[in-house]
Design a binder for this molecule. Sequence first.
Ligand code: FAD
Ligand code: NAI
Length: 466
Amino acid sequence: MPYDLIVIGSGPGGYICAIRAAQLGMKVAVVEKDQTFGGTCLNVGCIPSKALLHATERYDEAGHLFGRMGIGVGKPKLDLPAMMKFKDEAVEANVKGVSFLFKKNKIEAFHGMGRLAGPGKVEVNSSTRKAQTLETKAIVIATGSYVALLPGIDIDEKRILSSTGALALEKVPQRLLIIGAGVIGLELGSVWRRLGSEVVVVEFLDRILPGMDNEVCRQFHRIMEKQGITVRLSSQVTGVSSSASGLQASVAPRAGGSPATIEADVVLVAIGRMPYTEGLGLSEAGVKTDNKGRITVDSNFATSVPGIYAIGDVIAGPMLAHKAEDEGVAVSEILAGQAGHVNYAVIPNVVYTSPEIASVGQTEEELKQGGIDYKVGKFPFMANSRARVNLETDGFVKILADAKTDRVLGVHILGADAGNMIAEAAVAMEFGAASEDIARTCHAHPTLTEAVKEAALAVSKRALNM
Ligand code: FAD
Ligand code: NAI
């Protein structure tokens, strides 16, 4: 009996796609090349990074905040192997959860490298078993992404690291140099800074976190510098050499001029990720890719070859777990004859630093570029009672609404727990809310979410606590 669907890759895109297809009555198999399920996100991405961010934030609080609340614990002592064990256990619990869900939904799982082997056929190759060819009505490619490399700078995961190595260091590096002030650079830079590293981030552009609201990022940049992370903008690392005393990175201004040398014990390369399509046999199968190597799909996630679909990091769009998941649900629903779709205008984006940065919808820069007339409402956490109680007053909420219709076009939050608070904005935007709808919704007191309501009130210049 052929399968209705074979999913290649078990990351958040692939495993969620498989579960939704099984819920809709399809006979489903998943092919995964790695030993554990869950992909980048569960094994070496979202989950381990958030475990270390959570643990180190508590460590930082114990050292700096507890005393102000009358809690005397003395200077916190770091047990790095125990912290890494805590992180590994979080990963293990999550990847085991995926195996459980496969069994529960009667999804057959195959370990091995999946390759397109003709219409309706997927070959599974593993070093421990004979190659198998599986037959199916439809194939979804969800093979994710891998670390983008810098020519001449070879990652050995010991001293020159990708995010994977930076999640598993055995000792705290004294000097950590990070190439790229994107989300990985700032999250993992925060982890190691909190544990005592001197962190320098070198960024090619003239700002951090490209693509996110500039006003938010400017304020976050200042906070980060206060926390002790140094950022060198408009600069590039042109090479890294090693000597007995450590690593020497050559850092040149983007505009030209003589390079400086930055000494480091460890270098983290975090300049983005690339779609992973190696070994899939795309060109032999006739599956088209774009100039960035991403699989080209139409609005139904269909590739250039009938019966083959693709989702997640391997196609265009933000490389986010929840975007991959939503595409997984949508493609299964489309295969089942339903109207699955993803609203790309409302995909939240969160940077899990301290404070967090969260956004959904358009930035002010995008609205200006698009010639859209908009109103702005802002409210600082300094004026929010709960933030003051919690000693978490950094940041603000900013709501952008259409000048004529008042429809919410974008929400940007810099502040503690911003990642949770952004969900309210996403729901509001999905329902086409006006800023007045948020402003007239009762928000519990005292909560940080009152700052969202106040920012909505501020859109029509009637914030109450400011
Ligand atoms: P992946 O998760 O990459 O899964 C692809 C799977 O396919 C892998 O298991 C791979 O082994 C398998 N595979 C590849 N080729 C084959 C083949 N030929 N045969 C069989 N199997 C194959 N996103 C967020 O939204 N929030 C976060 O907090 C976050 N934190 C991150 C932190 C880090 C350090 C990193 C690196 C990424 C983070 N991301 C985060 C991004 C997120 O991990 C990705 O967007 C997400 O994993 C993409 O899901 P996917 O299913 O498309 O691919
Ligand atoms: P990124 O795209 O977020 O940032 C890369 C940064 O490196 C950019 O600022 C870019 O300008 C800079 N850069 C590029 N080339 C450079 C060079 N040669 N020298 C100096 N700087 C250079 O990529 P990152 O941080 O590697 O993360 C990869 C992806 O993983 C992200 O796109 C994101 O979608 C996902 N991710 C998401 C997280 C979240 O949602 N919280 C957490 C971690 C990763």
